[in-house]
Design a protein around this ligand. Structure first.
Ligand SMILES: *[C@@H]1O[C@H](CO)[C@@H](O)[C@H](O)[C@H]1NC(C)=O
Ligand SMILES: *[C@@H]1O[C@H](CO)[C@@H](O)[C@H](O)[C@H]1NC(C)=O
Length: 361
Protein backbone atom coordinates (compact mmCIF):
# COMPACT_ATOMS: atom_id res chain seq x y z
CA UNK A 1 0.00 0.00 0.00
CA UNK A 2 1.27 3.45 -0.73
CA UNK A 3 0.32 6.72 0.88
CA UNK A 4 -0.79 9.80 -0.92
CA UNK A 5 1.47 12.79 -0.69
CA UNK A 6 0.37 15.36 1.83
CA UNK A 7 -1.51 18.09 0.04
CA UNK A 8 -2.52 20.67 2.59
CA UNK A 9 -2.72 24.34 1.77
CA UNK A 10 -1.68 24.14 -1.87
CA UNK A 11 -4.83 22.21 -2.72
CA UNK A 12 -6.87 25.30 -3.57
CA UNK A 13 -4.21 26.60 -5.89
CA UNK A 14 -3.78 23.23 -7.49
CA UNK A 15 -7.49 23.04 -8.13
CA UNK A 16 -7.34 26.28 -10.06
CA UNK A 17 -4.31 25.15 -11.95
CA UNK A 18 -6.14 21.94 -12.77
CA UNK A 19 -9.14 23.80 -14.10
CA UNK A 20 -6.97 25.99 -16.32
CA UNK A 21 -4.95 23.06 -17.57
CA UNK A 22 -7.78 20.70 -18.21
CA UNK A 23 -9.96 23.21 -19.98
CA UNK A 24 -7.26 24.03 -22.47
CA UNK A 25 -5.39 20.78 -22.77
CA UNK A 26 -4.70 19.76 -26.33
CA UNK A 27 -3.03 16.59 -27.43
CA UNK A 28 -1.39 16.17 -30.80
CA UNK A 29 1.09 13.76 -32.22
CA UNK A 30 4.30 14.77 -33.88
CA UNK A 31 7.00 13.07 -35.93
CA UNK A 32 8.89 10.66 -33.80
CA UNK A 33 11.70 8.12 -33.63
CA UNK A 34 10.76 4.96 -35.61
CA UNK A 35 8.56 2.66 -33.55
CA UNK A 36 7.82 5.30 -30.91
CA UNK A 37 4.91 7.66 -30.47
CA UNK A 38 5.33 11.29 -29.51
CA UNK A 39 2.34 13.01 -28.00
CA UNK A 40 2.45 16.71 -27.37
CA UNK A 41 0.31 18.20 -24.70
CA UNK A 42 -0.03 21.93 -24.47
CA UNK A 43 -1.00 23.63 -21.28
CA UNK A 44 -2.15 27.01 -20.14
CA UNK A 45 -4.79 29.42 -21.39
CA UNK A 46 -2.95 30.24 -24.60
CA UNK A 47 -1.23 26.89 -25.00
CA UNK A 48 1.72 28.72 -23.56
CA UNK A 49 3.79 25.67 -22.85
CA UNK A 50 3.95 22.15 -24.09
CA UNK A 51 5.39 18.85 -22.96
CA UNK A 52 6.06 15.81 -25.03
CA UNK A 53 5.46 12.25 -23.93
CA UNK A 54 7.53 9.74 -25.86
CA UNK A 55 6.19 6.20 -25.76
CA UNK A 56 8.75 3.66 -26.93
CA UNK A 57 7.33 0.69 -25.06
CA UNK A 58 7.21 -2.75 -26.71
CA UNK A 59 9.53 -1.78 -29.55
CA UNK A 60 12.46 -4.12 -28.85
CA UNK A 61 16.03 -3.81 -27.58
CA UNK A 62 17.21 -2.04 -30.75
CA UNK A 63 15.22 1.02 -29.70
CA UNK A 64 18.13 2.49 -27.69
CA UNK A 65 19.73 4.94 -28.04
CA UNK A 66 16.56 6.80 -28.93
CA UNK A 67 16.62 10.46 -29.84
CA UNK A 68 13.85 12.46 -28.23
CA UNK A 69 12.42 15.94 -28.78
CA UNK A 70 13.89 18.72 -26.64
CA UNK A 71 10.74 19.25 -24.62
CA UNK A 72 10.30 15.59 -23.67
CA UNK A 73 9.10 15.21 -20.11
CA UNK A 74 8.19 11.53 -20.10
CA UNK A 75 10.08 8.73 -21.81
CA UNK A 76 8.59 5.25 -21.70
CA UNK A 77 11.10 2.51 -22.52
CA UNK A 78 9.22 -0.27 -20.76
CA UNK A 79 8.87 -3.83 -22.09
CA UNK A 80 11.79 -3.74 -24.53
CA UNK A 81 13.93 -6.67 -23.36
CA UNK A 82 16.74 -4.21 -22.61
CA UNK A 83 19.68 -5.85 -20.89
CA UNK A 84 22.18 -3.00 -20.91
CA UNK A 85 21.50 0.57 -20.02
CA UNK A 86 24.26 3.13 -19.53
CA UNK A 87 24.93 6.85 -19.67
CA UNK A 88 25.72 6.92 -23.38
CA UNK A 89 22.30 5.45 -24.09
CA UNK A 90 20.68 8.02 -21.80
CA UNK A 91 22.20 11.23 -23.00
CA UNK A 92 21.84 13.76 -25.75
CA UNK A 93 19.39 16.58 -26.43
CA UNK A 94 16.19 16.21 -24.44
CA UNK A 95 17.68 13.94 -21.78
CA UNK A 96 19.05 16.64 -19.51
CA UNK A 97 15.57 17.94 -18.84
CA UNK A 98 13.71 14.64 -18.79
CA UNK A 99 11.41 14.37 -15.76
CA UNK A 100 10.02 10.81 -15.93
CA UNK A 101 11.75 7.72 -17.20
CA UNK A 102 10.10 4.31 -17.35
CA UNK A 103 12.45 1.34 -17.74
CA UNK A 104 10.15 -1.25 -16.21
CA UNK A 105 9.66 -4.77 -17.60
CA UNK A 106 13.11 -5.09 -19.12
CA UNK A 107 16.00 -7.43 -18.30
CA UNK A 108 18.45 -4.96 -16.86
CA UNK A 109 20.97 -6.77 -14.65
CA UNK A 110 23.04 -3.85 -13.45
CA UNK A 111 23.35 -0.12 -13.30
CA UNK A 112 26.36 1.97 -12.36
CA UNK A 113 26.83 5.20 -10.45
CA UNK A 114 27.00 7.04 -13.78
CA UNK A 115 24.08 5.41 -15.62
CA UNK A 116 21.66 8.21 -14.74
CA UNK A 117 24.25 10.95 -14.28
CA UNK A 118 23.11 13.01 -17.28
CA UNK A 119 19.49 13.10 -16.14
CA UNK A 120 19.80 16.14 -13.90
CA UNK A 121 16.10 16.89 -13.67
CA UNK A 122 14.80 13.36 -13.39
CA UNK A 123 12.11 13.12 -10.70
CA UNK A 124 10.55 9.75 -11.33
CA UNK A 125 12.33 6.55 -12.33
CA UNK A 126 10.60 3.21 -12.76
CA UNK A 127 13.04 0.29 -12.77
CA UNK A 128 10.54 -2.28 -11.55
CA UNK A 129 10.38 -5.78 -13.06
CA UNK A 130 14.02 -6.01 -14.07
CA UNK A 131 16.86 -8.32 -13.00
CA UNK A 132 18.88 -5.93 -10.85
CA UNK A 133 21.03 -7.73 -8.30
CA UNK A 134 23.00 -4.89 -6.72
CA UNK A 135 22.81 -1.13 -6.46
CA UNK A 136 26.21 0.60 -6.44
CA UNK A 137 26.75 3.46 -3.97
CA UNK A 138 25.22 6.74 -5.10
CA UNK A 139 23.39 5.12 -7.98
CA UNK A 140 21.08 8.10 -8.33
CA UNK A 141 23.43 10.80 -7.05
CA UNK A 142 22.97 13.44 -9.77
CA UNK A 143 19.21 13.37 -10.15
CA UNK A 144 16.48 14.93 -8.08
CA UNK A 145 14.44 11.78 -7.70
CA UNK A 146 11.24 11.94 -5.73
CA UNK A 147 9.87 8.59 -6.89
CA UNK A 148 11.99 5.52 -7.37
CA UNK A 149 10.44 2.15 -8.12
CA UNK A 150 12.80 -0.82 -7.76
CA UNK A 151 10.14 -3.39 -7.00
CA UNK A 152 10.27 -6.90 -8.47
CA UNK A 153 14.01 -7.12 -9.05
CA UNK A 154 16.56 -9.59 -7.65
CA UNK A 155 18.17 -7.38 -5.02
CA UNK A 156 19.59 -9.33 -2.09
CA UNK A 157 21.46 -6.68 -0.10
CA UNK A 158 20.75 -3.01 -0.28
CA UNK A 159 23.25 -0.41 0.83
CA UNK A 160 21.40 2.74 1.95
CA UNK A 161 24.25 4.78 0.49
CA UNK A 162 22.82 3.92 -2.94
CA UNK A 163 20.16 6.56 -2.33
CA UNK A 164 22.17 9.56 -1.22
CA UNK A 165 22.00 12.41 -3.67
CA UNK A 166 23.94 15.53 -4.41
CA UNK A 167 21.12 17.89 -3.61
CA UNK A 168 19.55 15.85 -0.76
CA UNK A 169 16.71 18.24 -1.48
CA UNK A 170 13.66 16.22 -2.36
CA UNK A 171 12.28 13.63 -0.01
CA UNK A 172 12.13 10.30 -1.82
CA UNK A 173 9.49 7.63 -2.07
CA UNK A 174 11.31 4.33 -2.66
CA UNK A 175 9.64 1.03 -3.48
CA UNK A 176 11.84 -2.04 -2.89
CA UNK A 177 9.00 -4.52 -2.59
CA UNK A 178 9.18 -8.05 -4.00
CA UNK A 179 12.93 -8.41 -4.12
CA UNK A 180 15.06 -10.99 -2.27
CA UNK A 181 16.41 -8.57 0.31
CA UNK A 182 17.94 -10.22 3.38
CA UNK A 183 19.73 -7.15 4.70
CA UNK A 184 19.88 -3.40 4.54
CA UNK A 185 23.42 -2.14 4.99
CA UNK A 186 24.47 1.19 6.43
CA UNK A 187 27.87 2.76 6.30
CA UNK A 188 28.38 4.94 9.36
CA UNK A 189 30.20 7.78 7.58
CA UNK A 190 27.79 8.23 4.67
CA UNK A 191 25.15 10.95 4.83
CA UNK A 192 21.58 9.83 5.47
CA UNK A 193 19.46 9.49 2.37
CA UNK A 194 16.42 11.73 2.43
CA UNK A 195 13.73 9.04 2.20
CA UNK A 196 10.24 9.73 3.51
CA UNK A 197 8.47 6.62 2.27
CA UNK A 198 10.03 3.16 2.11
CA UNK A 199 8.27 0.00 0.99
CA UNK A 200 10.10 -3.23 1.78
CA UNK A 201 7.20 -5.66 1.60
CA UNK A 202 7.64 -9.11 0.14
CA UNK A 203 11.33 -9.55 0.90
CA UNK A 204 13.38 -12.00 2.99
CA UNK A 205 14.12 -9.83 6.01
CA UNK A 206 14.26 -11.85 9.22
CA UNK A 207 14.41 -8.82 11.47
CA UNK A 208 13.49 -5.16 11.23
CA UNK A 209 16.40 -3.45 9.42
CA UNK A 210 18.32 -0.59 10.98
CA UNK A 211 16.90 2.57 9.47
CA UNK A 212 17.79 4.85 12.35
CA UNK A 213 18.10 8.51 11.45
CA UNK A 214 16.41 8.28 8.03
CA UNK A 215 13.57 10.84 8.07
CA UNK A 216 10.88 8.25 7.28
CA UNK A 217 7.20 8.99 7.59
CA UNK A 218 5.92 5.81 5.98
CA UNK A 219 7.44 2.37 6.42
CA UNK A 220 6.06 -0.90 5.08
CA UNK A 221 7.59 -4.23 6.10
CA UNK A 222 4.65 -6.49 5.18
CA UNK A 223 5.25 -10.07 4.13
CA UNK A 224 8.74 -10.55 5.52
CA UNK A 225 9.77 -13.59 7.60
CA UNK A 226 10.24 -11.51 10.76
CA UNK A 227 9.22 -13.32 13.87
CA UNK A 228 9.89 -10.85 16.62
CA UNK A 229 9.67 -7.08 16.84
CA UNK A 230 12.38 -6.00 19.28
CA UNK A 231 12.38 -3.09 21.64
CA UNK A 232 15.11 -1.17 19.79
CA UNK A 233 13.69 -1.70 16.28
CA UNK A 234 12.12 1.70 15.76
CA UNK A 235 14.53 3.89 17.67
CA UNK A 236 15.49 7.03 15.78
CA UNK A 237 12.38 6.93 13.60
CA UNK A 238 10.54 9.61 15.46
CA UNK A 239 8.88 11.06 12.34
CA UNK A 240 6.96 7.90 11.37
CA UNK A 241 3.26 8.48 10.87
CA UNK A 242 2.32 5.21 9.18
CA UNK A 243 3.79 1.80 9.98
CA UNK A 244 2.68 -1.38 8.27
CA UNK A 245 3.69 -4.74 9.75
CA UNK A 246 1.06 -7.00 8.28
CA UNK A 247 0.87 -10.43 6.55
CA UNK A 248 3.87 -11.73 8.47
CA UNK A 249 3.31 -15.41 8.73
CA UNK A 250 6.04 -15.92 11.33
CA UNK A 251 5.46 -12.93 13.59
CA UNK A 252 4.81 -14.16 17.13
CA UNK A 253 5.88 -11.40 19.43
CA UNK A 254 6.09 -7.65 19.77
CA UNK A 255 8.35 -6.68 22.66
CA UNK A 256 7.04 -4.17 25.21
CA UNK A 257 8.05 -0.54 24.47
CA UNK A 258 8.87 -1.34 20.82
CA UNK A 259 6.97 1.75 19.66
CA UNK A 260 7.88 4.04 22.51
CA UNK A 261 9.57 6.70 20.35
CA UNK A 262 6.81 6.80 17.76
CA UNK A 263 4.93 9.72 19.22
CA UNK A 264 3.69 10.90 15.80
CA UNK A 265 2.52 7.52 14.54
CA UNK A 266 -1.09 7.72 13.34
CA UNK A 267 -1.66 4.37 11.66
CA UNK A 268 -0.39 0.98 12.80
CA UNK A 269 -1.26 -2.03 10.67
CA UNK A 270 -0.78 -5.42 12.33
CA UNK A 271 -3.39 -7.25 10.31
CA UNK A 272 -3.13 -10.85 9.05
CA UNK A 273 -0.46 -11.85 11.58
CA UNK A 274 -2.23 -14.96 12.66
CA UNK A 275 0.63 -16.23 14.82
CA UNK A 276 0.59 -13.05 16.88
CA UNK A 277 -1.61 -14.10 19.78
CA UNK A 278 -1.32 -11.33 22.35
CA UNK A 279 -0.12 -7.80 22.93
CA UNK A 280 0.85 -6.44 26.32
CA UNK A 281 -0.27 -2.97 27.42
CA UNK A 282 3.36 -1.83 27.29
CA UNK A 283 3.44 -2.40 23.53
CA UNK A 284 1.30 0.73 23.23
CA UNK A 285 3.44 2.98 25.40
CA UNK A 286 4.40 6.17 23.58
CA UNK A 287 1.77 5.98 20.84
CA UNK A 288 0.15 9.23 21.83
CA UNK A 289 -0.93 10.16 18.28
CA UNK A 290 -2.16 6.75 17.16
CA UNK A 291 -5.56 7.03 15.49
CA UNK A 292 -5.98 3.72 13.72
CA UNK A 293 -5.02 0.26 14.87
CA UNK A 294 -5.59 -2.63 12.49
CA UNK A 295 -5.65 -6.14 13.97
CA UNK A 296 -7.91 -7.63 11.33
CA UNK A 297 -7.41 -11.41 11.03
CA UNK A 298 -4.56 -11.44 13.52
CA UNK A 299 -4.31 -13.94 16.36
CA UNK A 300 -4.97 -11.17 18.89
CA UNK A 301 -8.51 -11.60 20.14
CA UNK A 302 -8.47 -9.12 22.98
CA UNK A 303 -6.46 -6.19 24.22
CA UNK A 304 -5.50 -5.51 27.84
CA UNK A 305 -8.19 -3.56 29.75
CA UNK A 306 -6.36 -0.23 29.99
CA UNK A 307 -5.09 -0.09 26.38
CA UNK A 308 -7.18 2.96 25.48
CA UNK A 309 -5.55 4.83 28.32
CA UNK A 310 -2.24 4.64 26.41
CA UNK A 311 -3.88 5.66 23.17
CA UNK A 312 -5.45 9.07 23.79
CA UNK A 313 -5.87 9.85 20.07
CA UNK A 314 -7.33 6.49 19.07
CA UNK A 315 -10.28 6.73 16.70
CA UNK A 316 -10.71 3.24 15.35
CA UNK A 317 -9.68 -0.35 15.94
CA UNK A 318 -10.30 -3.15 13.46
CA UNK A 319 -9.94 -6.74 14.60
CA UNK A 320 -11.22 -10.29 14.37
CA UNK A 321 -13.02 -11.07 11.18
CA UNK A 322 -14.02 -7.64 10.09
CA UNK A 323 -15.08 -6.06 13.36
CA UNK A 324 -14.75 -2.29 13.33
CA UNK A 325 -14.76 -0.24 16.50
CA UNK A 326 -14.99 3.51 16.74
CA UNK A 327 -14.21 5.49 19.84
CA UNK A 328 -17.21 7.44 20.94
CA UNK A 329 -17.63 9.88 23.79
CA UNK A 330 -20.62 9.10 25.93
CA UNK A 331 -21.99 11.91 28.04
CA UNK A 332 -24.14 11.09 30.92
CA UNK A 333 -26.47 13.68 32.38
CA UNK A 334 -27.42 11.83 35.49
CA UNK A 335 -24.56 12.79 37.74
CA UNK A 336 -25.61 16.41 38.05
CA UNK A 337 -23.53 16.99 41.12
CA UNK A 338 -20.33 16.38 39.20
CA UNK A 339 -21.54 18.10 36.03
CA UNK A 340 -21.48 16.07 32.86
CA UNK A 341 -19.64 12.80 33.01
CA UNK A 342 -17.70 12.07 29.84
CA UNK A 343 -16.77 8.55 29.18
CA UNK A 344 -14.92 7.21 26.16
CA UNK A 345 -16.17 3.90 24.90
CA UNK A 346 -15.59 1.71 21.89
CA UNK A 347 -18.64 1.05 19.77
CA UNK A 348 -18.12 -1.99 17.60
CA UNK A 349 -19.95 -3.67 14.76
CA UNK A 350 -19.44 -6.33 12.16
CA UNK A 351 -21.46 -6.94 9.05
CA UNK A 352 -24.27 -8.46 11.10
CA UNK A 353 -24.59 -5.53 13.45
CA UNK A 354 -23.42 -4.46 16.89
CA UNK A 355 -20.74 -6.44 18.73
CA UNK A 356 -19.80 -5.99 22.34
CA UNK A 357 -16.60 -3.98 22.86
CA UNK A 358 -16.14 -6.02 25.99
CA UNK A 359 -14.88 -8.76 23.74
CA UNK A 360 -11.93 -6.69 22.55
CA UNK A 361 -11.06 -4.65 25.62
C1 LIG B 1 26.77 1.55 -23.44
O1 LIG B 1 26.15 0.40 -23.99
C2 LIG B 1 26.25 0.31 -25.40
C3 LIG B 1 25.39 -0.87 -25.85
O2 LIG B 1 25.70 -2.05 -25.15
C4 LIG B 1 27.74 0.16 -25.78
O3 LIG B 1 27.88 0.07 -27.19
C5 LIG B 1 28.50 1.37 -25.27
O4 LIG B 1 29.88 1.24 -25.52
C6 LIG B 1 28.27 1.55 -23.77
N1 LIG B 1 28.85 2.81 -23.34
C7 LIG B 1 29.55 2.94 -22.22
C8 LIG B 1 30.04 4.32 -21.88
O5 LIG B 1 29.76 2.01 -21.47
C1 LIG C 1 5.81 2.17 -16.53
O1 LIG C 1 5.30 1.31 -17.50
C2 LIG C 1 4.59 0.19 -16.99
C3 LIG C 1 4.27 -0.75 -18.13
O2 LIG C 1 3.61 -0.05 -19.15
C4 LIG C 1 3.37 0.69 -16.26
O3 LIG C 1 2.64 -0.39 -15.71
C5 LIG C 1 3.82 1.62 -15.13
O4 LIG C 1 2.71 2.19 -14.47
C6 LIG C 1 4.70 2.75 -15.67
N1 LIG C 1 5.28 3.48 -14.55
C7 LIG C 1 5.06 4.77 -14.31
C8 LIG C 1 5.74 5.37 -13.13
O5 LIG C 1 4.35 5.46 -15.04
Amino acid sequence: MRVARPRGVTMGLLNWFYVLVVTSIAGTSKPCFPGCRCDVETYGLFDSFSLTKVDCSNVGAHVVPVSIPLDTSYLDLSSNKLEVINESLLSGPGYTTLVNLNLSYNQIVKISATTFSKLRYLESLDLSHNHLEVLPPQSFFYSRLADLDLSSNHLVEVQMGAFTSKSQGKAMDIDLSNNLIVSILRSPDASQPNIWSLTLSGNKLKSVPDLQGIPLRYLNLDMNPIFKIEEHNFLGLRGLTHLSLSDMQYLQEIAPYSFKELQFLQILDLSNNYKLKSLSTEVFVGLSSLQELNLLNSGVVSLPKDTLHYLPSMKSVTWGQNIHCLKTVKESQFHLKNGHVRKEVLVCHNKNGAVSAQDVL
